[in-house]
Design a protein around this ligand. Structure first.
Ligand code: UNU
Ligand code: FES
Ligand code: FE
Length: 446
């Protein structure tokens, strides 16, 4: 039995180290977090045509996502309803039907069981095929991103994204939208799934330190913060957190600042932002429009993260409490010229791809934060996310709770506030009947 109350102290910005280690906490997360929250599946650009499919994971469940003849998208457990073998082994493709490798039961793209080998002769009319379709999963999309949910009671994806939709739109609802470039690269990391999720939701603190050598080697403007030589002032950025734990951090005007100043990719990318930015400022005003062209690091709760500027899109798929499988796509804007798209994708691969420099910088931290807790004394300890605590605020122009500096832990606190609420709730109904503004007061402390 897990005492959820003891895992997170919202008021003081503290979490228990056990959240990175205990099997029972992980088992509860599978029920409460991954059983109830929206999990990233795929993007329109990866399954454009009827019959297109991708396979992947919702935590430990294997899923298939298929484009229907009418253009809609359905998702199913990737498990045969006969004896439970994996149905589709391919990661992506185009098909008219899926046949199980074990006994050959075949399912349509709509999940219906269509053909059973020797049905007449063997089952002699006794099998009701209509009862053995694939197990369907609730799917909704936002700006071309598809998410799945196991819980029929969960709020719509729209309501779930809540305050962060406003910010997602700044980079997704422009230039014809975004595309994800796949297939995703995949790698295993020996860490708890929350270590990268919290890093991406709110950690600008580590950038100049963990990534010192990489930022210097890459040679973009961000090299200036390498080694914390030039501590960024309050104006360098901000953080945002929201009701269900989604959040992000902003480094003002720094979207292309990882890329070398005079490299081809860097030049193309800087020109792209310079040419598009005025339109955004006209549309949103200077204050909000400044987010376009800024470097963003964010997580959609629970385990879907992105960096805008380095254009990586990540899914941290849990594989038990101490391991994840990382899925990495590249983000491009649809209207970018092919040359820039290629530059962005290769830039992403050299920074946050499976073998990317910055990815490698982070990995050891994620792994030791997890593995150190094998020590029985260590795992009793506490985690500190107090940076900026007491200075968070509301802003009439920015939805959500705002941290006033790029470097702070506001969105860590928002992530774990939501984590605790969802971990401890009987069901979504219980969560949704809470005062919809209470979470803000809880975080701001007034
Ligand atoms: O590691 C990060 N979150 C990051 C790296 C952020 C901005 C630039 C580079
Ligand atoms: Fe942050 Fe050590 S300085 S984990
Ligand atoms: Fe990092």
């Amino acid at each position: 039995q897990v005492d959820v109350e003891s895992l997170v102290d919202v008021k003081n910005g503290i979490q228990a180290k056990r959240i990175f280690w205990d099997q029972q906490i992980y088992d509860l997360e599978i029920e409460q977090i991954f059983g109830k929250c929206w999990q990233f599946l795929t993007h329109d650009s990866l399954i454009p045509n009827p019959g297109d499919f991708t396979t992947g994971y919702m935590a430990e469940d294997e899923v298939i996502v298929t484009r229907q003849d009418d253009g809609s998208v359905k998702a199913f457990l990737n498990v045969c309803t006969h004896r439970g073998a994996r149905l589709v082994a391919a990661e992506a493709g185009n098909a008219r039907a899926f046949s199980c490798t074990y006994h050959g039961w075949s399912f349509g793209m709509d999940g219906a069981l269509k053909v059973v080998p020797m049905e007449e002769e063997l089952y002699r009319g006794s099998l009701d095929k209509s009862k053995f379709g694939l197990r369907e999963i609730r799917v909704e999309s936002y700006r071309g991103l598809y998410y799945g949910n196991f819980d029929a009671q969960a709020p719509s994806l729209n309501d779930y994204l809540g305050d962060v939709k406003f910010y997602l739109d700044i980079w997704m609802d422009i230039n014809g939208g975004i595309e994800l470039v796949g297939p995703p690269s995949r790698s295993l990391l020996n860490c708890n799934w929350k270590t990268p999720a919290e890093n991406f939701v709110g950690d600008a603190y580590h950038v100049g330190w963990t990534h010192l050598a990489s930022l210097m080697a890459l040679g973009g403007e961000l090299a200036a913060i390498g080694g914390n030589e030039a501590p960024p002032n309050e104006g360098l950025g901000m953080q945002v957190t929201s009701r269900f734990g989604h959040g992000f951090g902003v480094l003002w005007d720094a979207a292309p600042a990882v890329h070398a100043i005079n490299s081809k990719a860097g030049t193309l990318y800087r020109e792209w932002f310079a040419s598009r930015k005025p339109k955004m400022v006209e549309k949103l005003g200077a204050k909000v429009g400044r987010i376009y062209g800024s470097h963003l690091n964010g997580t959609v709760f629970p385990n879907n993260s992105y960096l805008l500027g380095t254009n990586t899109f990540k899914l941290w798929v849990p594989r038990g409490p101490h391991q994840i499988e990382v899925f990495t796509w590249a983000i491009v804007e649809k209207e970018m010229p092919a040359e820039l798209k290629n530059a962005v994708v290769s830039g992403m691969n050299s920074t946050f791809g499976s073998a990317g420099m910055l990815e490698a910088d982070d990995s050891d931290n994620m792994e030791t934060m997890t593995q150190n807790n094998r020590g029985r004394m260590t795992r009793e300890g506490k985690l500190n996310s107090q940076l900026g605590l007491g200075f968070d605020k509301l802003d009439p122009d920015f939805p959500g709770v705002i941290g006033q500096s790029a470097i702070g832990e506001t969105s860590y606190r928002g992530f774990y506030r939501a984590y605790k609420e969802i971990m401890g709730a009987d069901n979504w109904k219980a969560i949704l009947k809470l005062d919809p503004d209470a979470w803000k007061h809880e975080l701001i402390g007034q």
